[in-house]
Design a protein around this ligand. Structure first.
Ligand code: DGI
Ligand code: FE
Ligand code: FE
Ligand code: FE
Length: 190
C-alpha cells in the first residue's frame, strides 16, 4: 500500500517551494496519464512525486554524493552537474526512501534525457514533467499537452525535439542519450 502523504511530507523538507509545487503538479499529471494509458495510478503518482527529489542538492554536493556512492559521472555530467539529479534521485529513491519498484526507479533515472525504447512509466514521467500545469515557458505547450493524452510516443518525439532545439539555441551540451532518444522516437512515429 503506497502512502503518498508520508512521502509528500518528507519531500517538502527537501525541496524549495517552487520545486515542491512542480513535483505535486507532476504527481497529479502522471496520475492522469496513467489513467489514460492504463498504468497503476498510485505508482505513477509516487514516481511523479519523487522524480526531482535530488534537484535541490547543491551541484558540488551532487558530485560528491555520486562519487561517494560509486555512481558513474560522465564528462558531460561533470560539466553539467544538474543532469546528475536524475541518477542521484534514482539512487536516493532506492536506498534512502527505500522504494524498491524497478519501474519507478527507472522512470526517475531516465526523466531528464530520456532514452530509446522507454517503458510506459518512463514515458509517463518524462511527459508529465514537461506538461504539468505550472510549467509555462516551453514552446507549443498547449499542443504538447493535448497530444500527450492522444499519442504518448508522438509527444515523446515532439518534446525531445523541442528540448534539442532549446539546447542548440542556448549552446547547451547535448547528452548523446538525448539525441539517441530523439532519433528513436522519430523513426518510431514515421
Ligand atoms: O528537473 P526539471 O527541470 O523538472 O526537468 P528535467 O529534469 O527534465 O530537466 C529539464 C532540463 O534538462 C531542460 O532544461 C533541458 C535539460 N536537458 C535535457 N536533456 C539534456 C539537457 N541538458 C543538457 N545539457 N543536455 C541534455 O542532453
Ligand atoms: Fe528533473
Ligand atoms: Fe523532463
Ligand atoms: Fe521535474
Amino acid at each position: 500500500e503506497i502512502n503518498l502523504e508520508r512521502y509528500q511530507k518528507k519531500l517538502k523538507t527537501k525541496l524549495d517551494k517552487e520545486r515542491y509545487e512542480h513535483t505535486i503538479g507532476v504527481m497529479y499529471t502522471a496520475g492522469a496519464l496513467a489513467m489514460r494509458y492504463e498504468y497503476d495510478v498510485k505508482s505513477a503518482m509516487l514516481a511523479g512525486l519523487m522524480h526531482d527529489c535530488a534537484k535541490c542538492i547543491p551541484n558540488d554536493r551532487k558530485i560528491a554524493l555520486c562519487e561517494k556512492h560509486n555512481i558513474n559521472i560522465t564528462d558531460l555530467e561533470r560539466s553539467n552537474p544538474f543532469l546528475l539529479h536524475a541518477k542521484l534521485g534514482a539512487f536516493l529513491v532506492m536506498h534512502k526512501y527505500r522504494i524498491r519498484d524497478k519501474e519507478i526507479i527507472s522512470s526517475i533515472l531516465n526523466h531528464t534525457t530520456g532514452k530509446p525504447n522507454m517503458e510506459l512509466l518512463d514515458k509517463i514521467i518524462f511527459v508529465a514533467d514537461y506538461i504539468e500545469p505550472r510549467r509555462d515557458k516551453a514552446p507549443h505547450l498547449d499542443e504538447r499537452r493535448k497530444t500527450a493524452f492522444i499519442d504518448i510516443d508522438r509527444v515523446m518525439y515532439e518534446i525531445l525535439g523541442d528540448t534539442l532545439e532549446f539546447l542548440k539555441e542556448k549552446a547547451g551540451d547535448i547528452d548523446p542519450i538525448t539525441q539517441k532518444a530523439y532519433e528513436y522516437y522519430k523513426q518510431l512515429i514515421e
